[in-house]
Design a binder for this molecule. Structure first.
Ligand SMILES: Cc1cc2nc3c(=O)[nH]c(=O)nc-3n(C[C@H](O)[C@H](O)[C@H](O)COP(=O)(O)O)c2cc1C
Length: 332
């Protein structure tokens, strides 16, 4: 019996046929040439509402289909779960990916997809047989001439990868590509997008028991963190170390004889790109609830009720007011 063909699903944001989509399509063409099925989903064309944060609510217990929001969110989650590889591409708007990306992240990923959160209760029925270490590739596209105008692009795309343990094997930060079609004027980025596709394809065809921290992209002088291959650091005065803003690794800082900044990265089990890092976080949450919240929960109930019901300053959006009037009229 022939083996089931592998599938890569690419989620893209930005303009239809825009620069991001062009680089994502170049990557997918390379993957398809490797005999892998490919799908491209335009997030801007999905009906996708923001997550309501009913943590441990229906989607957590029964799976994405049980979400209280009736839109394309569950379908997107199913598309992800049925894939063997993941690509996410988005343009940079005001330093970060455009907004639909964070709605996509919160509806499809987050705690309900978090392998570490299933440690105690076991894998829920809806996820059984669908949990795997998927390789991923991220593409961020900015138009600015100065690279730091894209500072939160890839960083935010990474936030879609922790929970389901998507292991990013390559990423591409494009900048200076602004106008419609300009993607095609940058042969360097086109070659890089093809390379990214081949890297994701290679990882899909050669599943490893453990893809954590396996990197197939370029070793770039500009990158500092060996975990996520990014250089976005939290640096505070009085410390001799930085924390990687994306994966949380700790880097010891020093200056070489020419006064140039160097980092040393000890092995660190708080790296949230790894299962151990996520277990550490799950434990942190549990400890917090047990130690800080539950012992004092009863003390705050009266104040909590007061704030929950307070509407003194609320101004409702016209759409909400219209909905309420329609419901009132239908009732009358
Ligand atoms: C609202 C808005 C904000 C933007 N902000 C940035 C920015 O902060 N940094 C940047 O590099 N490019 C910025 N851009 C430019 C886009 O990233 C750029 O045009 C990109 O090529 C669009 O990709 P697309 O063709 O896939 O939609 C912005 C564009 C828009 C519409």
């Amino acid at each position: 019996m022939s083996e089931k063909r592998k599938k890569v699903v690419a989620f893209t944001a930005g303009r239809r046929g825009g620069n991001t989509e062009i680089y994502v399509k170049i990557a997918l063409e390379a993957i398809a040439k490797m005999g892998i099925d490919c799908e491209l989903i335009r997030l801007h064309e999905c009906d996708l509402r923001p997550c309501k944060d009913c943590l441990r609510g229906p989607c957590y217990v029964k799976g994405p289909e049980a979400c209280i929001l009736k839109d394309d969110g569950p379908w997107l989650a199913e598309k992800f779960l049925d894939s063997d590889g993941y690509i996410l591409g988005a343009p940079v708007w005001s330093l970060s990916p455009c907004g639909v990306v964070t709605d996509f992240r919160d509806r499809v990923f987050g705690p309900k997809m978090d392998l570490a959160m299933w440690e105690q209760g076991g894998i829920p029925d809806w996820a059984k047989g669908r949990v795997k270490q998927r390789p991923g590739g991220l593409i961020s596209v900015g138009g600015a001439l100065t690279e730091n105008w894209t500072s939160l692009g890839l960083a935010t795309l990474y936030t879609t990868t922790f929970s389901a343990q998507t292991n990013v094997v390559d990423n591409l930060n494009v900048y200076q590509v602004a106008d419609p079609g300009e993607a095609l004027m940058r042969e360097d980025y086109m070659i890089r997008a093809k390379f990214l596709g081949e890297n994701v394809g290679h990882a899909v065809l050669n599943p490893q028991k453990d893809w954590e921290n396996k990197w197939l992209g370029e070793m770039d002088d500009g990158e500092a963190c060996p975990g996520c291959h990014q250089s976005l650091m939290i640096a505070k005065p009085g410390r001799d170390y930085v924390e990687c803003a994306i994966c949380g690794r700790i880097g010891k800082v020093s200056f070489d004889k020419d006064g140039k900044l160097t980092y040393v990265w000890p092995e660190d089990n708080k790296n949230r790109l790894t299962m151990m890092g996520k277990f550490a976080h799950a434990r942190e949450i549990e400890l917090h609830t047990q130690q800080r919240f539950l012992p004092h929960e009863a003390e705050i109930q009266d104040e909590l009720k007061r704030y929950r019901t307070m509407e003194d300053f609320t101004v409702n959006a016209p759409s909400k007011t219209a909905k309420a009037s329609k419901a009132k009229a239908q009732k009358a």
